[in-house]
Design a protein around this ligand. Structure first.
Ligand SMILES: [Ca+2]
Ligand SMILES: [Ca+2]
Length: 478
């Protein structure tokens, strides 16, 4: 592993006088947006600990990870952690991460072919996912569960039992797994969405700092199709993927996804808490969660399966639009010869299928496929690189944070200020653009409080039970 340095850019912050800090804030409730007046920029975005290391010019710097999403990374293996995995041993079914389990990692599931109706076989040239590998709801332990009755071993015609996939994503010690929790730095904020795209940035897991190092360029070519540059192999190292040209610049090596240096068989999960904005939009963009890649991806919202891209397949896409409630699955391969054509559904249809019509109705705005405005949700994304060939990963989302009602107060040196008084008032907005002004509407504050020792304050609902929702308040108060 070569030596790497990173730069933690400290967020810009503004000096505020003590006199000003004690003045109450007016928070305007207009258009569902949070507007602050009276005290200019009294906040600082949370910053990482540690000092400022010099930037590695080859890495993307200044990445701010989303505060409402956690990403965990898992390495799996069949033989041994550091053994090349491009050729499975003959006892592949019974060793490492496969031991005792029905969902199996293998080289394109070749031993399960030519019959491709095994959950462990490559799904074929159409690129179609294998729908229904997992049950339509998460198990009581919060993890996907295999649906019973699917073939998992052609030899012997063995079919699945309702086995939990918790062992792949939890902290239990099983053979052939290493877990890395809360890994930052994969997604960067671009044009209103948190985004990662392996065809733009090669990502390498930096164990020392438990973060991804995001390169400014892609690395590793696909082994199939048009052999496009830009694969997702987070357990690669820089000198396996890149080399220096005559001028000393970092350039991608001519290696592909089937190179024995590439570490296959891994997983990633993402958990995000979010709220449904009344408009279905966040900062002027449709609220979305999108993925494209391979292999298995299962997305659950509030425990209900809403995105099923299971199976060992070519790159496939998933798009959930929370404004419309539409869910679209598609083919994301470059230049496919044949295609499965995709599939469309809605959040409501997924909830109705999983929970029944009556229970599902409680989640949705009447006569629409979108969640109730101001409602709270948890999204869980589970991803596996299970097929030992190409590995593609693209993520894009802008899920509205539930804790938009948290304020942090810092002094001009960046130290947290405790006991700073804040009050929340309804306000009227007048003017446009730079001449916008907010005028306090009522004398009585909607809420008031003081920062704690860490300089944080959580604006809560009057009953103190949940974070204050500005969009909801706007709808109620006008
Ligand atoms: Ca692996
Ligand atoms: Ca793969």
């Amino acid at each position: 592993m070569c030596k790497r340095t990173t730069n933690r850019t400290r967020s810009a912050r503004f000096a505020t006088s003590q006199r000003r800090a004690r003045r109450p804030l007016i928070i305007a409730l207009l258009m569902g947006a949070l507007a602050l007046t009276s005290v200019p920029a009294a906040f600082a975005a949370t910053q990482g600990p540690g000092g400022q290391a010099p930037a590695d010019e080859n890495l993307v710097t200044g990445i701010k990870s989303p505060k409402n999403a956690t990403i965990d990374l898992f390495d799996y293996w069949i033989v041994a952690e550091d053994t090349p995995d491009n050729n499975d041993p003959s006892n592949w079914r019974d060793v490492g991460i496969n031991q005792g389990h029905e969902l199996r990692f293998s080289d394109a599931g070749r031993y399960e072919r030519p019959t491709s109706n095994s959950i462990n076989a490559w799904t074929g040239t159409s690129g179609k996912p294998y729908f229904g590998i997992v049950q339509p709801t998460l198990g009581p332990d919060g993890y996907p569960v295999l649906k019973a009755g699917n073939i998992y071993q052609v030899q012997g015609g063995l079919t699945t039992s309702a086995q939990s996939l918790a062992y792949l994503f939890n902290d239990a010690s099983v053979l052939g797994k290493r877990t890395h929790r809360d890994v930052k730095g994969l997604v960067q904020y671009i044009n209103g969405y948190y985004t990662y795209d392996c065809t733009k940035n090669f990502a390498i897991y930096n164990a020392e700092q438990n973060k991804f190092d995001l390169y400014k360029q892609p690395g590793v070519k696909a082994n199939t199709g048009s052999k496009t540059l830009g694969q997702f192999f987070p357990f690669a190292s820089e000198n396996e993927v890149f080399e220096r040209d005559a001028s000393g610049a970092l350039v991608p090596k001519d290696i592909d996804a089937k190179n024995p240096l590439m570490n296959h068989y891994f997983g990633l999960d993402l958990t995000a808490d979010f709220t449904q904005p009344a408009s279905g939009m966040v900062a002027g963009k449709d609220m979305k969660f999108e993925f494209s890649g391979d292999d298995d991806v299962w997305v659950f919202i509030d425990g209900v399966l809403v995105g099923d891209l299971g199976g060992v397949h070519g790159a496939a896409s998933l798009s959930i639009n929370f404004k419309t409630g539409e869910v679209k699955l598609g083919d994301a391969r470059k230049n496919p010869n044949t295609t499965w054509g995709g599939k469309e559904t809605t959040l409501r249809a997924c909830f109705e299928e999983a929970l029944g019509k009556e229970k599902a109705a409680a989640y949705f705005k009447e006569d629409t496929n979108a969640f109730l405005p101001g409602s709270y949700h948890t999204l869980k994304f589970f991803y596996l690189e299970r097929g030992n060939t190409d590995s593609n990963m693209k993520l894009m989302f802008n899920l509205q944070r539930v804790t938009q009602s948290t304020i942090r107060k810092d002094d001009q040196y960046g130290a947290p200020v405790s006991g700073a008084q804040f009050a929340l008032y309804a306000a009227e907005r007048t003017g446009e653009g730079e001449s916008v002004q907010y005028t306090q509407k009522e004398d009585r504050p909607i809420w008031q409080g003081a920062t704690n020792a860490a300089g944080n304050i959580n604006i809560m609902t009057p009953d103190g039970k949940r974070p204050y929702d500005f969009a909801e308040a706007h709808n109620k108060n006008g």
